[in-house]
Design a protein around this ligand. Structure first.
Ligand SMILES: *[C@@H]1O[C@H](CO)[C@@H](O)[C@H](O)[C@H]1NC(C)=O
Length: 386
């Protein structure tokens, strides 16, 4: 045996030893990435549709522990679970965790939506949206919301033997959003809008494969239709604003169009307006509808809570003329009702998990999460699917 070969053979174990020593922490979490692109997405989606996503996640945790790797919606993903994990994620993981949604959400809402922006763009767009959405500004819309709720009850609840709460709450929140954000009143345009909107939402949790007949493709097409409707609305509002027929305060679109910087330039581009209006619609719609549904379920199952809420509401109603609209002051008197809502949201968070991106290589709980991977945290898992 040549000396060279011998020394080579001797060196191999040393190299191996060194390698193992040098990278003790480069251990990625347990679990398999599954088949390319699709990974475990279909299993999760099936569970979501069967309303068993919580069980699906729990089974993974039983099998692999609170941290595991998998592949969801086209990207390698690390699922982390538990209080410490939530704290890590929501404190930004020391700048290691960046905002980023799944590819499907990014493409459906548009890449200029707030959840995709960073740095100065993020501050500018956030700064434009927040003044409209904070409570002081929403005060003036209480009467409008009240009107929508009354019409809704008349149309869908009164005289009915049986109703399905979740789909109706989705209709109600959609109508309120249309009225507040766009000033689009009842009618054909709103109905078309609703159909496209529902189709768009269905693809938000999907594998981003853009070929005909996939949910993702249908959702992208619906998103394009919505953007066309928004374009029409924006054109109309622009003319109204020019003719002073509209107030910049009357709805979110007018508000954003009317917002200019010192040089008289519109703060948000039109594309940014479209993408962020879609974001606000989606963000407000499902979460509110799910929360109200759980509140109604609680009221149906807990007679004592129902009685206390009813009493508070009746007290407020006593002080009003029949048909008189609800006011902000009335809302501030709903202290018990508000607590019921807050407790419901605590027990049943309407969002069962979320995605972030590893902005740098991350070490978490003894594991290594490579830069660019999707980090998905699960909160308490409750999921309602239409
Ligand atoms: C849907 O798929 C077809 C065929 O691949 C494609 O031509 C079309 O652009 C897709 N739609 C969208 C909105 O991306």
């Amino acid at each position: 045996m040549s000396l060279l070969l011998l020394s080579f053979l001797l060196i191999i174990p040393i190299l191996l030893l060194l390698r193992r020593k040098r990278k003790p922490s480069k251990r990625v979490p347990p679990g398999s990435l599954g088949i390319p692109v699709v990974g475990q997405s279909l299993g999760l989606l099936r569970a979501m549709r069967a309303n068993t996503a919580e069980k699906w996640v729990q089974e993974r945790i039983n099998k692999y522990g609170p941290i595991s790797k998998l592949s969801l919606f086209g990207k390698p993903t690390v699922l982390i679970h538990g209080q410490a994990a939530n704290k890590f994620i929501f404190s930004g993981g020391g700048n290691a965790i960046a905002n980023q949604q799944t590819q499907s959400i990014k493409m459906i809402l548009g890449d200029r939506n707030l959840l995709e922006l960073t740095g100065e763009d993020h501050s500018r767009v956030r700064g434009a949206l927040v003044p409209f959405l904070k409570p002081e500004s929403l005060k003036r819309y209480v009467g409008k919301m009240d009107e929508e709720v009354r019409k809704h009850l008349e149309m869908h609840w009164q005289g009915k033997q049986q109703i399905k709460v979740l789909p109706l709450m989705k209709t109600l929140t959609f109508n309120i959003i249309c009225s507040l954000l766009f000033g689009v009143e009842r009618g054909k345009q709103r109905d078309q809008f609703l159909d496209s909107f529902q189709e768009m939402i269905q693809g938000m949790w999907s594998v981003p494969i853009n070929v005909p007949f996939t949910r993702y493709n249908r959702s992208l097409r619906a998103s394009a239709r919505i953007q066309n409707i928004l374009k029409e609305i924006v054109q109309k509002k622009k003319i109204e604003l020019k003719q002073n027929a509209a107030s910049a305060r009357q709805d979110l679109i007018s508000f954003l169009l009317g917002m200019v910087d010192e040089d008289g330039k519109q703060v948000m581009s039109e594309k940014e307006i479209f993408h962020n209006i879609k974001l606000v619609m989606v963000a407000g719609h499902d979460t509110s509808a799910v929360l109200i549904t759980f509140i109604i379920r609680l009221l149906a199952n807990e007679p004592a809570i129902y009685a206390a809420v009813l009493q508070e509401q009746e007290e407020i109603a006593k002080g009003k003329l029949s048909g008189e609209a609800l006011t902000w002051e009335d809302l501030s008197k709903m202290k018990y009702t508000w607590r019921v809502a807050m407790e419901t949201i605590r027990m049943f968070p309407p969002i069962f998990g979320g995605f972030r991106k590893a902005a740098t290589d991350i070490e978490y709980d003894g594991y290594f999460i490579p830069k660019g991977w999707q980090v998905s945290e699960t909160l308490v898992c409750v999921f309602l699917y239409p």
